[in-house]
Design a protein around this ligand. Structure first.
Ligand SMILES: C[S@@+](CC[C@H](N)C(=O)[O-])C[C@H]1O[C@@H](n2cnc3c(N)ncnc32)[C@H](O)[C@@H]1O
Length: 199
């Protein structure tokens, strides 16, 4: 009887830890987590829809968090072609348990070239980013996009979601092409997807 109760308490505790993971990470580091809830399936699917069908090189996901977007990316990208770069130890552990065999690198996406050794210039087919870019100064956001453009193949997309009205990075970079989705209302809060393609 006592053993049964212990097992039940253990189970409930584990479920509670799982369900509150995102909010706990947000409470520990609000600016770095940048959202109070994981991305909704609608937002995740919209982000993944911009990944090219034809993949010559790997795809890099920045700030995968709980893996809501990762799950959608994996509907389009073979697991061995996806690299996830995440800062939080807790999210990295969670991703390694929930997506066995996925390459999860713990590191700083604002230094993505150094965080993932061996990444070559112009080798990536897409970058999908959930980074809360707007919590960083404009100079750092631009540097992040420039690093990304250096790693992407010509014409390959940098896919970013944002809750803001304006683009999180300036749109006047010479030769850069961009597009944006409509508002995805089934997300908390509503968001839209910006896609930038290198000059
Ligand atoms: C908006 S949340 C991710 C939402 C994610 N799509 C989900 O549904 O769980 C932003 C994520 O970016 C990560 N992050 C923030 N700054 C980072 C950095 N410098 N390098 C890598 N990851 C970072 C956070 O730890 C968090 O997982």
């Amino acid at each position: 009887m006592l053993q049964d109760t212990r097992v039940a308490v253990d189970k409930t505790w584990r479920r509670l830890l799982k369900e509150t993971r995102f909010v706990r990470n947000w409470a520990a580091s609000p600016l770095r987590t940048g959202a109070v809830a994981p991305s909704s399936p609608k937002l995740a699917a919209r982000m993944a829809s911009y990944i090219p069908r034809q993949l010559d090189g790997p795809v890099l996901e920045l700030g995968p968090g709980t893996g809501a977007v990762t799950k959608e990316i994996l509907h389009r990208v073979p697991r061995e072609k996806l690299i996830c770069l995440e800062y939080s130890t807790d999210f990295c552990n969670h991703l390694r348990v929930n997506f066995a065999g996925l390459k999860v690198v713990q590191g700083d996406a604002y230094n993505m070239d150094k965080a993932i050794p061996g990444l070559r210039s112009e080798s990536l087919s897409a970058i999908v980013s959930s980074l809360p870019l707007v919590t960083r100064p404009p100079k750092e956001r631009l540097k992040c996009l420039e690093l990304a453009f250096d790693l992407l193949k010509p014409g390959a997309p940098f896919i970013q979601f944002s809750y803001s009205l304006a683009s999180p990075v300036p749109l006047d970079m010479e030769g850069m092409k961009w597009q944006r989705s409509g508002w995805i209302l089934q997300n908390i809060p509503p968001a839209r997807v910006w896609v930038y393609r290198k000059p």
